[in-house]
Design a binder for this molecule. Structure first.
Ligand SMILES: *Cc1c(COP(=O)(O)O)cnc(C)c1O
Length: 397
């Protein structure tokens, strides 16, 4: 296979032109700080599309998660049930507040938090009052089941919808299932502000508190008066201009990502692999990243230490390391599956709860071992994707 002349990215920003118009508007009216029309407009647009009452525009999804964890009233030492196979940003805010993450294993149906493992965790840690659930790669978790288990045990839910903006579950948009919810406009998400994120909640008082915390917790007084710790977390009106310009293209990006997913699915239909799965009748993902999982008996020997990966090449078999190296060699960007949190050095020593589904197998570790993220850039041409499919197919020779 020849090299792609132009690099094929995993997922890169796709600009449309109006971003510049709204940024210029901010510049020309001198609303260059954390107040302005772009912020107001994107907060309104998100509330309308997702069907939530309040949106607080912040500097990142991580900042939004931090404020969500604070709003949930977590105290040092409290246990918090967290999605295990996710980006570390889902969990880091739990550490900021000195709480104890308890990692809940993954299920095979959606690659998200296993509701049965969550139930098991409540049996082991019955006093837990918070669940942080993420929607991996744009596929909703089994949100009804998760919320039902949480409710039964009197726990609050934070939904990390950073990767799933525009996805829906039983007709309802993700980012609305928790008491507090988070979306992200990070550079490689489905739409971007170059950076940025939002906290979403139907609780108006909570939204007001988050707004206040995000702007250094100023009290209502003639001088800078403070009763609470504050943060510099508010979104810039310039960043909001980028989001505002991107916003009308969300559905277009989702359609492009879905086409990419379907093309991979067809291209691999006779290989011993499956795509990242979802429940067809229940959920509509945003297809942010297309991923594949290699059947167990088509896996060659693969080893991963904390910093290195290697494999033993074998006829008719392959592994994520071989495929990722083949892609990189052709100037295309793939990525391993998020390495589960319970396998991360920083989180060693925190509890990990598996469900009955894995039958004693650690599901997250299994998907990490056999899965990978494929180039999913929505500017990738069908002819280029055919090239990617060919590279992957050859790894099975
Ligand atoms: C990107 C991401 C975040 C963090 O969003 P930022 O805006 O980059 O801070 C949180 N959780 C998940 C699952 C993400 O993928």
């Amino acid at each position: 296979m020849e090299k792609f002349e132009k690099r094929i990215w995993l997922s890169s920003p796709t600009m449309h032109g109006d971003e510049l118009k709204y940024m210029t508007e901010a510049f020309e009216t001198n609303w260059m700080s954390t107040v302005g029309a772009n912020i107001n407009e994107v907060e309104k647009a998100v509330c309308e599309k997702l069907g939530c009452k309040n949106a607080v525009a912040l500097s990142s999804g991580t900042a939004a998660l931090h404020l969500a964890v604070k709003l949930a009233g977590v105290r040092p030492g409290d246990a918090v049930f967290c999605t295990d196979m996710t980006f570390a940003a889902t969990v880091n805010p739990v550490l900021y507040e000195k709480a104890t993450p308890v990692f809940i294993d993954t299920e095979y149906d959606t690659w998200n938090m296993d509701p049965e493992a969550l139930e098991e965790a409540f049996e082991r840690y019955p006093d837990t009052k918070l669940v942080v659930v993420a929607n991996l790669y744009g596929t909703p978790a089994k949100l009804d089941e998760i919320c039902c288990v949480a409710k039964k045990h009197g726990a609050t839910v934070i939904e990390d919808a950073a990767e799933s903006l525009g996805a829906s579950y039983r007709g309802r948009q993700t980012g609305t299932f928790g008491t507090y919810n988070v979306i992200s406009f990070n550079g490689n998400k489905i739409i971007t502000g170059s950076t940025g994120g939002m906290l979403l909640t139907d609780d108006g008082e909570a939204a007001d508190r988050a707004r206040k915390w995000s702007t250094q917790s100023r009290e209502n007084a003639p001088w800078y008066q403070h009763k609470e710790v504050g943060y510099n977390y508010r979104m810039s009106n310039v960043v909001a201009g980028v989001v505002r310009g991107q916003w009308p293209y969300l559905d277009e990006h989702i359609a492009q990502k879905k086409a990419i997913y379907e093309r991979y699915k067809n291209g691999f239909c006779d290989l011993p692999v499956t795509m990242n799965p979802y429940q067809v009748d229940v959920m509509e993902p945003n297809f942010w990243l297309s991923c594949m999982l290699i059947d167990r008996d088509a896996m060659c020997e693969q080893h991963r230490s904390d910093g290195k990966a290697w494999y033993v090449s074998e006829h008719g078999k392959t592994c994520p390391t071989e495929i990722l190296e083949a892609l990189a060699g052709c100037n295309a960007e793939g990525r391993p599956i998020w390495k589960p949190m319970h396998m991360q050095p920083i989180f060693k020593g925190f509890p990990f709860v598996t469900g009955p589904q894995g039958n004693g197998v650690d599901v997250g570790a299994d998907i990490f071992e056999r899965g990978l993220c494929l180039p999913s850039d929505n500017k990738m041409l069908p002819s280029e994707q055919d090239g990617i499919i060919e590279i992957v197919r050859r790894c099975f020779d």
